[in-house]
Design a protein around this ligand. Structure first.
Ligand code: SAH
Length: 213
């Protein structure tokens, strides 16, 4: 499926009108083709501002929410970023245009393999993918400058708070999995954490252990 320039213009316009105004984030979203991450029946909806089903019963997030979360994360060019919840790989691809290095983890091997294939095809060589329960973070590469969760936790997971460097930022949806959640931003200070509530969102839950597929 290929999309024309007018469709992509309209996509960027929709993002702006929903509050995605950061020029670097918009450029990254212009560079990453969402059609690479949406397969099958829904391929023709890749440039609609809506979440769509992907394999393993998961979803690719709504582009404007991806944009707002990326913007809230305030990624800088030298940053090492950890994303929990690779899903389709779309969010990781956008982060990779903004950061030095992106580590992305999902509990479904099948999703990780599909995302890795797209990253290779597009030469997004600063992304490292792996299959694990991401709620434990990635100790070997800690601390991270930025951490993004794209699945909802009841509370910010302790290991992730611990793996954020001082001055680092983590963005995540928190709340009960079957309800509307709050998107929050956590900033690690010298002696504690600062919490900021951003907006309401709806994400699939952060689950324990590995998935079956
Ligand atoms: N960021 C994705 C959308 C994520 S959907 C995108 O751009 O397409 C949420 C993802 O979180 C799902 O793929 C789900 O499998 C994953 N997930 C849920 N709990 C997890 C955990 N504990 N560790 C790693 N991934 C998890």
């Amino acid at each position: 499926m290929t999309f024309d320039a007018a469709t992509k213009m309209q996509f960027l316009y929709a993002l702006r009108s929903k509050g995605v105004t950061d020029a670097r984030v918009l450029t990254a979203m212009e560079q990453v083709d969402r059609a690479d991450y949406v397969k099958g029946t829904f391929a023709d909806r890749a440039y609609d501002d809506m979440p769509l089903p992907i394999a393993c019963g998961q979803t690719i997030s709504q582009p404007s929410v991806v944009g707002l979360m990326t913007q809230a994360l305030q990624v800088e060019a030298r940053d090492k970023v950890l994303e929990i919840g690779t899903g389709s790989g779309y969010q990781a691809a956008i982060l990779s245009r903004l950061a030095r290095r992106v580590y992305t983890v999902d509990r479904y091997r099948k999703l990780v393999h599909a995302a890795r294939a797209v990253f290779e095809m597009r030469d997004f060589s600063n992304i490292t993918t792996f299959t694990a329960d991401g709620s434990h973070g990635f100790e070997e590469q800690a601390p991270f400058d930025r951490i993004l969760l794209t699945a909802a936790a009841e509370d910010p997971p302790g290991p992730l708070l611990a793996q954020l460097r001082v001055g680092g930022i983590m963005v995540l949806p928190v709340g009960q999995s079957d309800a509307v959640q709050s998107l929050i931003r956590v900033t690690r200070l010298e002696n504690g954490y600062d919490y900021d509530e951003l907006r309401s969102v709806r994400f699939v839950p952060l689950l324990e252990g590995l998935g079956q597929e």
